[in-house]
Design a protein. Structure first.
Length: 185
């Protein structure tokens, strides 16, 4: 009987799907890597100042949850998000004038997950998405991963130029318009 030594060669990396290979690196990951350097003050990554975190308030909230509902605190929830949270969010939106039911809401782990879900559900390869310029880099990446064609709409400090938007809508017949209308990007 022959005994062979186990291979010390690293396991081969699986090939990425064509759609993932075409996207390239993550600009958000690149920005966040730079922010790890202590001499860098980040204005691009959307990172709040750590001294503004309410660590005591968050710790107290965790303690309250574990004291009141320990059996649910670490359990999986529904795909749409924790029902009590969705009900509270719907109540809040309704109180602010937008009639909303809990079933109208989907809680995500952040904007990137929401954009990825929307792109997966709504976009086919080759569909056109209009975006403001500049645009959130992670949104561009989600749309690219879905195979969409992204077209920038000119704008200024007041937002999208309505005439340019109208022209692009007529010419491009977009599937989506992605904008952050309250303060742009």
């Amino acid at each position: 009987m022959t005994v062979t030594e186990p291979s010390t060669a690293p396991a081969p990396t699986p090939r990425l799907a064509a759609r993932a290979s075409a996207v390239g690196g993550s600009p958000v990951r690149d920005i966040l890597a730079v922010t790890a350097r202590p001499e860098v003050i980040n204005f691009a990554g959307g990172l709040p100042a750590p001294e503004l975190f309410d660590a005591d308030g968050i710790a107290e909230a965790y303690r309250a949850v574990f004291a009141e509902t320990p059996e649910r605190a670490l359990q999986y929830s529904t795909t749409e998000g924790e029902p009590a949270l969705r009900a509270a969010l719907a109540e809040r939106a309704t109180a602010r004038g937008l009639v909303t039911a809990p079933d109208d809401l989907l809680v995500t782990t952040g904007s990137q997950q929401a954009l990825s879900l929307l792109a997966t559900a709504l976009l086919e390869p080759g569909d056109t998405v209009l975006v403001e310029d500049p645009c959130y880099l992670a949104a561009l990446q989600s749309f690219a991963l879905a195979g969409a064609r992204v077209v920038a709409v000119p704008g200024d400090e007041h937002g999208l130029h309505p005439e340019a938007l109208e022209e692009l809508v007529v010419r491009e017949r977009p599937k989506l318009l992605y904008t952050v209308p309250t303060f742009q990007n």
